[in-house]
Design a protein. Structure first.
Length: 691
């Protein structure tokens, strides 16, 4: 007998289509119905008292007073569980409507659907029974429910936001999304258009920790707008458009009882405790849960009385915006916050790299990051005025080893530009020499000058071996001893006409170095900066299978691609350091102003993080500083234990590279071969005093 439909089942299936929305607060509905699946496989109902600061933002999402909710907060606040998972649960059970969840990438969308949503649906009986019984209605990126409503889980693209209307759109991790979706505008603008046709029942959510840079490092908080975010793009810009609610705790001290924000400004970096800015009372970390339970969101223009009454006039807007910081996050301890910040600061001081520091400030503390590199041009004259009295082409006290960097110049003024740096512990560096190689006068300097052309004449590259790699410098102690250049970096990229020729000549030069056994002391470099580029990436280019073989790449020459913007951030921070020590640049007083102008001509765009020249003035000093830093990094200078350094980085009396030449005036006098190897093994020893 053929199977027939069951009338009772049909009635149950269509009942949800006819039932009016259940009027209940979002937080209450989620607490009744949504189970959270934990990492160990157990499940529990979502508990509002675990993250009580999420209740008000969640309830605003179900209110017809608002078209959008913006939530800014650090990791481990429960914002995704409450605002995204929770609101989806609320809509499916209480007020069915089509929705769209937008993750930062297609892979993340798939991961969210499989790991979060499907597990939550399977764990929550009220959700599970509302799924469509038809197998093809439930896939990774599109889920259909019995009531006929659909939930799409996508990534930002022009097609995703085009044409379709949704009652709600939820954008997650907004500051890591592309800023311009398919050339059509921001995800926020496109998403809010999709909900517009639903009027007051439409809802757009944007949640994220901050991730975009502060555009004005000198910005000051206006007294009239104490909740305003610093100028930036992304989610904090959206927060500023809303009613700007900040989280407040009430001081538990009986003599105070005033309200204050649990933010970095009210955090003691020595004791790892939040303190009340009104009475100075430091809070016990064990009080955090209690303080969060009684915490209040305060909009811009309002304040709380000691009795907890909200007074004042809030901003008129249909955007409810919230911003909380790391000290209030339920799953982040104060000790952990301080530990992560200290570790990131130490990395910055050691390497000059701000990436870890920015990540900790953004993700753990929930704050926008102010780049340590200013976006305005530095004063070359100011840097020149701090020049030190040490001799030209002399190794100053404190230097442990020397590196050289070479820039290849074409056009009418064909030459090699060379800059030599001395390195001490923790990236402290001294400018030792700067010179051009424009002509060849022979090995003894007694032949008629021959103009060089690095673009076309291979023999000119061999001058780098003779006049740079084999160059030595006298020590400043007057002993007559000398120190050789340990390693050299060469920019093979160049700009404009002749770039391919330079690259080809560089590869051939490297192959000759291999024959002479000198290749371990030379690094070929090329700028390859993108927004996500690593600082340094080793490659072995091979274009033998391509039509264009002009660069001569055959997979046998290592080439190091540079994230130049990140490296320039580090160099700029070194230039800006005012006191000698880790990462400080020492310059001699014999340098002319033109060199400092070259060093300071480039500026950084705070919005994009890109470095550029505003005109066509030279910037070789800055670039060559970057290349010298790259050589320092490739020599593993950042990882040296300066209490027990390798012999080539030791104090002068113990340094295997330091030698006494037969002719103390010869710049190219060579040390013993055993002393010239940069890979000299580390040895245990008693640390000798600085000379």
């Amino acid at each position: 007998m053929a199977k027939t439909a069951d009338a009772a089942a049909i009635r149950r299936d269509i009942a949800t289509l006819l039932r009016p929305p259940r009027r209940v607060r979002v937080s209450e509905a989620v607490a009744e119905s949504m189970y959270v699946v934990h990492g160990n496989g157990t499940k529990t109902l979502w508990k509002p008292d675990k993250t009580p600061y999420m209740i008000e933002p969640m309830d605003c999402m179900g209110s017809r007073m608002y078209d959008a909710v913006i939530f800014v907060g650090p990791a481990r606040t429960g914002k995704t569980i409450g605002l995204v998972d929770g609101f989806i649960c609320y809509k499916i059970i209480n007020d069915p409507g089509d929705g769209l969840v937008v993750q930062i990438t297609e892979a993340k969308a798939s991961e969210y659907s499989k790991k979060r949503l499907q597990r939550s649906f399977n764990a929550s009986p009220e959700l599970l029974k509302r799924l469509s019984p038809r197998g093809h209605d439930n896939n990774v990126h599109d889920i259909i429910f019995r009531a006929g409503n659909m939930l799409a889980i996508k990534h930002p693209s022009k097609n995703v936001f085009a044409s379709s209307d949704y009652q709600f759109v939820l954008l997650t991790d907004y500051d890591r999304m592309t800023e311009n979706v398919g050339g059509e505008g921001s995800g926020w603008v496109l998403a809010s258009k999709r909900t517009q046709t639903f009027g007051s029942t439409g809802m757009t959510l944007v949640e994220s920790s901050p991730g975009r840079p502060v555009l004005d490092a000198d910005w000051q908080q206006p007294e009239s707008e104490p909740h305003r975010s610093p100028p930036t793009t992304g989610i904090l810009d959206l927060y500023n458009q809303g009613d700007r609610r900040r989280l407040y705790w009430q001081c538990p001290e009986n003599g105070c009882r005033r309200w204050f924000q649990p933010i970095q400004e009210n955090f003691n970096m020595l004791s790892a405790r939040v303190f009340c800015p009104h009475c100075g009372n430091e809070l016990d970390p064990n009080l955090k849960r209690e303080l969060n339970l009684s915490a209040r969101w305060v909009p811009e223009g309002c304040e709380l009385t000691l009795d907890g009454e909200l007074i004042g006039t809030r901003r008129e807007t249909r955007i409810a915006s919230f911003w909380m910081e790391g000290p209030a996050a339920s799953d982040q301890t104060w000790a952990s916050l301080l530990s992560k910040l200290n570790a990131a600061e130490e990395t910055f001081q050691t390497t000059g790299n701000q990436k870890d520091l920015q990540s900790v400030i953004n993700v753990d503390w929930g704050r926008p990051y102010v780049n340590r590199t200013p976006g305005t041009k530095r004063s070359g004259q100011r840097l020149k005025d701090r020049g030190e009295a040490y001799q030209h082409r002399t190794v100053p006290h404190g230097v442990r080893f020397l590196t050289a960097a070479v820039d290849v110049q074409g056009g009418k003024d064909r030459r090699f530009v060379v800059q030599v740096h001395g390195w001490g512990p923790n990236r402290e560096t001294w400018l030792v020499d700067r010179f051009n190689i424009k002509e060849d006068r022979g090995p003894d300097g007694d032949q008629p000058p021959r103009h060089i052309n690095p673009m076309t004449q291979p023999e000119d590259w061999d001058l780098l071996t003779r006049d740079v790699l084999k160059r030595t410098y006298k020590l400043a102690d007057g002993s007559g001893r000398r120190m050789p250049v340990l390693a050299m970096g060469i920019d093979t990229g160049g700009e404009g006409k002749g770039t391919e020729s330079v690259t080809s000549q560089a590869y051939e030069y490297y192959r000759r170095l291999v024959k002479d056994g000198l290749q371990s002391r030379v690094y070929l470099l090329k700028g390859g900066s993108t927004k996500t580029a690593s600082r340094i990436r080793k490659t072995e280019p091979d274009n033998t299978g391509r039509k264009n073989r002009s660069s001569g790449a055959r997979g046998d020459v290592p080439l190091y691609l540079l994230g130049t913007d990140t490296l320039k951030d580090t160099v700029a921070a070194m230039i800006d350091r005012e006191e000698p020590g880790a990462g400080y640049l020492h310059t001699p007083d014999w340098l002319q102003l033109w060199w400092f102008d070259e060093l300071t001509y480039e500026v950084r765009d705070p919005a994009t993080g890109k470095w550029s020249r505003p005109g066509s003035k030279p910037n070789e000093a800055f670039d060559l500083f970057v290349y010298n830093l790259v050589v320092f990094i490739l020599l593993k200078g950042e990882k040296i234990d300066w209490q027990a350094p390798p012999t080539w980085a030791d104090h002068w009396d113990a340094n295997l590279l330091v030698f006494t030449p037969d002719d103390p005036d010869a710049d190219t006098a060579q040390p013993p071969k055993a002393a010239a190897a940069p890979a000299a093994k580390r040895r245990r020893k008693v640390v000798k005093p600085r000379i």
